[in-house]
Write a protein that binds this ligand. Structure first.
Ligand SMILES: CCCCC/C=C\C/C=C\C/C=C\C/C=C\CCCC(=O)SCCNC(=O)CCNC(=O)[C@H](O)C(C)(C)COP(=O)(O)OP(=O)(O)OC[C@H]1O[C@@H](n2cnc3c(N)ncnc32)[C@H](O)[C@@H]1OP(=O)(O)O
Length: 154
């Protein structure tokens, strides 16, 4: 299955969190999971917070952010009757608002799952509800607003 991030044109494939062209980055990959989306990632031990064994909150926000922007593009394409993975130049989205609620410490050394659910598409705006799980434990949730870049944007 082709990841959403693998559909980004080269010019937009350098993101630290999810750019396939960023060798030093996380290279997160997001996919459909039914009507919602999901991504998996196991942060290395260097991404610890103050206490070893727990993931740094900024890393949690990064994973939600990158899964969210990719999901926004996929959701918007779907709303327009298109399949993002079949598009040569799919819609490009950036985050303008991300509100993370850290529910419980996120354990290190386990695969994390990020999920996004579409709340609504309104013109260039895509609103989503996101969550990050370790096993069946919800460690963080987030509300996100992503905006579609205009075609002439750099
Ligand atoms: C496919 C790959 C995607 C990756 C794209 C990567 C890079 C793109 C390269 C260049 C794009 C240019 C700027 C972004 C630069 C770097 C982002 C790197 C990726 C990230 O790391 S991502 C997290 C950081 N992210 C930002 O760096 C976003 C900063 N921002 C902006 O670049 C502009 O803000 C933009 C382009 C979003 C819109 O600008 P614009 O001129 O095209 O349109 P406009 O201002 O009219 O806004 C349209 C409607 O969005 C509403 N709106 C705007 N801002 C809002 C906010 N903060 N809260 C609530 N609503 C907001 C307005 O209220 C209006 O709503 P309404 O139409 O109802 O009035």
């Amino acid at each position: 299955m082709k990841a959403f991030q693998d559909c980004y044109p080269m010019k937009y494939a350098h993101c630290y969190g999810c750019g396939r062209e960023n060798a030093m980055g996380l290279q997160l990959k997001s996919y459909w999971n039914g009507v919602d989306t999901q991504a998996h990632f196991t942060p290395g031990m260097q991404y610890s917070g103050g206490v070893p064994g727990h993931v740094y909150g900024g890393m949690i926000a990064s994973l939600l952010d990158c899964h969210g922007t990719a999901s926004a593009a996929a959701f918007a394409c779907r709303e327009r009757g298109k399949d993002m993975t079949q598009e040569a130049n799919p819609a490009r989205f950036v985050t303008v608002s991300l509100s993370v609620n850290f529910k419980r410490p996120t354990p290190q050394g386990v695969e994390l799952c990020m999920r996004a659910q579409l709340l609504g598409v309104e013109g260039r705006k895509v609103r989503m509800s996101l969550c990050l799980l370790a096993g069946d434990q919800v460690c963080a949730t987030a509300d996100m607003l992503a905006i579609e870049l205009l075609p002439e944007a750099p």
